[in-house]
Write a protein that binds this ligand. Structure first.
Ligand SMILES: Cc1cc2nc3c(=O)[nH]c(=O)nc-3n(C[C@H](O)[C@H](O)[C@H](O)COP(=O)(O)OP(=O)(O)OC[C@H]3O[C@@H](n4cnc5c(N)ncnc54)[C@H](O)[C@@H]3O)c2cc1C
Length: 404
């Protein structure tokens, strides 16, 4: 590793760390930036395991960072992808109400989406719904033509390419293990050797709270991992879904409900659910990290969250273990789906921040401490919003770190 004294060390080579690194290199070419990534390649966690949807910004509370960053981030992402030859497809999306009881929530989503500037939203009836998605159930739906699909891993790799082209240093297999302050600087211990940096930007995703703790900072939240499990639909039955079909979500939760997603490769996936994971990188049902679990159980917010959501949590676990129950959820949206149609399983793990009162943070959360900026909550639509989140972080760094 280059032994230079760096101005900024970014911890985490996911889409947010890399978008931030690229922007710093472009806007502050004289500032020496190093990205430390613990894996052997970039985008190995949330960024490489997500649904690949360019969200239009429908769900989020008007005025929130999620709403603003997503609405502005989608068009920026598309422009970047055009410039870098990254394929994407604006295939559109449907949010489908299955019962009369869901209509008020569907209408509320329509109002939110419109207020958030999601372009071209249309409320459609069953005939138009069947025209667009002949196999979907539902009595009414929101059509969002401005929703698309992309491979976010490719986007992250392109950000990394731009960063290194500008002279930035990306160090793989470099897990940050300890931070020490001395002589007004940060001394970072990594599995690839020591690094000296004046400032740190924490983009460690599922480990963001642990990195903050290494700096001796109490950020008041804990990252709780929620696994999203899905199945691919066998290619011969992929015609049952033409684009993206979503249910009306539970407004109390920051998750969108089990849905159908077309991938940019043409495959169709069903899921993901949202199951509490017992390891931060718990990609399997049986994954268990004693350290992560003990830390979670010792956090008072975990117990408060469990008291509020125990029923939802129990149902999610049940659906996770019982494939038949998972299938029945899918059949509410596409009744023709059969057990035989479900192919390979897959999963991703979301980093969801929970505060001490047990509240799941609904909005993005980015905090400053001495010589550091911490990205504490950046779940979906974080990938869609990566270029606007990075703009916000770099503006913060300019003031906080005194960049010029
Ligand atoms: C199942 C799922 C579906 C999703 N669907 C969508 C979607 O359709 N559209 C959308 O916009 N968003 C979606 N998201 C959200 C999106 O993936 C995230 O918002 C985004 O990837 C967050 O990026 P990140 O860089 O913060 O985190 P990550 O991609 O997790 O990157 C963090 C990086 O930090 C590294 N790291 C951690 N600790 C250390 C350490 N100590 N030292 C060095 N490196 C470290 C990790 O190895 C990792 O590479 C989804 C997420 C999931 C999980």
């Amino acid at each position: 590793m280059d032994s230079t004294r760096h101005d900024i060390a970014i911890v985490g080579g996911g889409i947010i760390g890399l978008a931030t690194a690229m922007r710093l290199a472009q806007e502050h070419p004289r500032v020496k930036v190093v990205v430390l990534e613990k894996e052997g390649r970039v985008a190995e966690h949330q960024t490489g395991h997500n649904s690949g949807v360019i969200h239009a910004g429908i769900y989020y509370a008007p005025g929130s960072q999620k709403a603003n960053f997503c609405a502005q981030g989608g068009p920026l992402l598309r422009r970047f992808s055009d410039e870098h030859g990254i394929p994407y497809e604006m295939c559109g999306k449907l949010i489908v109400a299955l019962t009369e009881g869901e209509l008020p929530r569907l209408e509320e989503l329509f109002r939110r989406g419109t207020a958030n500037g999601a372009a071209g939203l249309e409320m459609i009836g069953p005939e138009r719904l069947r025209e667009l998605e002949p196999h979907a159930a539902g009595i009414k739906a929101i059509l969002s033509p401005n929703t698309g699909i992309i491979a976010f891993r490719r986007v992250a790799e392109a950000y990394a390419g731009e960063f290194t082209k500008q002279g930035g240093e990306l160090v793989l297999d470099a897990r940050l293990t300890a931070v020490r302050r001395a002589d007004g600087r940060l001394h970072l211990e990594t599995t690839k050797g020591a690094v000296s940096a004046a400032n740190l930007i924490n983009c460690a995703g599922l480990h963001a709270d642990a990195v903050a703790r290494m700096m001796g900072v109490d950020i008041g939240v804990r990252i709780i991992p929620f696994r999203g499990e899905y199945f691919s639909i066998k290619p011969e039955r992929a015609h049952l879904v033409r684009s993206l079909i979503y249910p009306v979500p539970d407004p109390r939760l920051p998750f969108l409900g089990v849905h159908f997603t077309k991938r940019i490769t043409g495959e169709v996936e069903a899921g993901p659910n949202a199951v509490l994971a017992f390891a931060r990188e718990g990609y399997r049902k049986t994954s268990l990290s004693p350290g992560d679990t003990a830390g979670m159980l010792a956090f008072p917010g975990f117990w408060r969250m469990s008291r509020t959501y125990w029923r939802t949590g129990f149902n999610e676990q049940y659906r996770s273990w019982m494939k038949g129950v998972f299938l029945r959820s899918l059949q509410t949206l596409v009744p023709d789906i059969r057990m035989d149609d479900l192919g390979e399983p897959g999963s991703g793990v979301r980093a969801q921040a929970v505060d001490r009162k047990g509240k799941l943070l609904q909005d993005f959360s980015i905090a400053e401490t001495r010589n550091a900026i911490h990205v504490l909550n950046a779940p979906s639509p974080g990938a869609t919003s990566s270029l606007t989140i990075s703009r916000y972080i770099v503006d913060m760094a300019r003031k906080s770190f005194g960049l010029n």
